[in-house]
Design a protein around this ligand. Sequence first.
Ligand code: ATP
Ligand code: MG
Length: 581
Amino acid sequence: MKASQFFIATLKEAPADAEVVSHKLMMRAGLIKRLGAGIYNYMPMGLRVIRKIEAVVREEMNRAGAIELLMPVVQPAELWQETGRFDKMGPELLRLKDRHGRDFVVQPTSEEVITDIARQELRSYKQLPKNFYHIQTKFRDERRPRFGLMRGREFTMKDAYSFDRDAAAAAKSYDAMYKAYCAIFDRIGLTYRAVAADTGAIGGDLSHEFQVIADTGEDALVYCPGSDYAANIELAEALPLIAQRAAPGEMLAKTPTPDRSTCEDVADLLGLPLSRTVKSLVLATDQRDDAGDVVATTIWLLLVRGDHQLNEVKAGKVEALKGGFRFATVAEIVDHFGTEPGYLGPIGTIRPVKVIADRTVANMSDFVCGANEADFHYTGVNWGRDLPEPDLVADLRNVVEGDPSPDGKGTLAIQRGIEVGHVFYLGTKYSAAMGATYLDEAGKPQLMQMGCYGIGITRIVAAAIEQGHDDRGIVWPDAIAPFTVVICPIGLDRSTDVRAAAERLHDELAAIGVDVMLDDRGERPGAMFADWELIGVPHRVVVSDRGLKEGQFEYQGRRDAQPTRVAVGGIAAFVKGRLRA
Ligand code: ATP
Ligand code: MG
């Protein structure tokens, strides 16, 4: 490829709305162009990266036995009504009407359509297992589209769906996808971690997220350096930090804490470690009648240690809260506790509340909590003596660095990640809702067991940049760089030798299958180098008159501090040797 026949549009400055480095660099390198909130044009340079990612994904999916098809972007609402998702999904689902007033959706994912295909096409056990996938445009009207391709509204996803006879066979399909995902991210050349993920309403333990390690990631990943334990923080189990409750050592005392409403401030004032304080969070659950009207509300007081954070996903798994909870309103709080948030606690509420203590809090003694009176806290609080035992004890908090690993093999560490893939065992959720059955050997209809497997193709572009960049620009892994090698001739317009040598090298590299770009724009060296460093091409060869006189080219890897001089005759082999296999 020659630059004069391609489209290069780099910018000095990133637009003001670009917050994270990948978004900034993608805009500056001319990979994408914004069309609307969370909607981008993939410009020629960016599309090359996307196509390379797709190619790796496609190859590994095919190798794993998955079969490619293509389902429509716009899908009739009927199928989505069958599973109930047309009504249940929030505004993230883009709904539209055609000229006849019929409802449609723009696909955010394709379980309904693939299950509809499966129930028509897969009739016998002899046709199973099957795994279908497509690489297709998705639309999700995200509440906060941001960070460029990281969280777009329109994006490209590879989504695959497996159909099996029974749970054991489905676990095999799941395993094959898990391995294919490892192969994909290994080949792309990213540092990643597969972590156990929350399975929500489906339950079970077959769900893993593939997370690219990056400080800017939205997800917190918990792992144990001494073992293979790894889980999203939403899921990671927090063991009690106190094995057994100690006997009370202090008397209960109501202590003035004027204007100190946070645990930090109270600990500070009292000269106590934060780990002696207990934080109060108030939730509400509503009971509704058949008409959907609220007939009763229960108020729940959740207690976590002052230095811990409530984990809402875990709270949602407490049996009594499973039906759905919300944070209580200030009016409800005042009504039950007699005071506003800031000084709440389990002792002396004015109306009954149910207390759920985190496992660690349940074993604390001599702790500090709000006194249900503005500007006062209790110190020396002890379960059983000063207040009844908690109604429930549960794992309610996020783990923190240094917590014991749930597998007993050391302590936990935390790092941040960007979710680029997700493998998920679905069971019969969709096949049951849509009547997707096959006939077994005895001719009896059986529900198909399903799994779904997504990869955020366009999000990978952003994640790769978050992981690979420096102050000059992007540093692509070879496998997905828009071009693998760039030839930068100096004084191309003045020197026929330089032009001829550059073109010869270009043709030679292209002939051995290297994705090579020859910058024949006639730019000055400084501007030319800056462009390609910004764009992030991993290998550069400089051709100059001076070098040619000595029979040499200059090679420099994108991360190399210094160029390497290479004899003209040996350059193609040298470059080839530097490429990641
Ligand atoms: P998130 O928690 O980030 O919203 P999700 O759980 O909704 O992701 P899935 O429904 O599992 O994601 O989608 C599969 C993959 O699609 C994700 O792993 C991610 O890589 C990608 N993806 C999801 N939402 C977006 C988005 N708004 N923009 C870009 N990629 C996305
Ligand atoms: Mg989402």
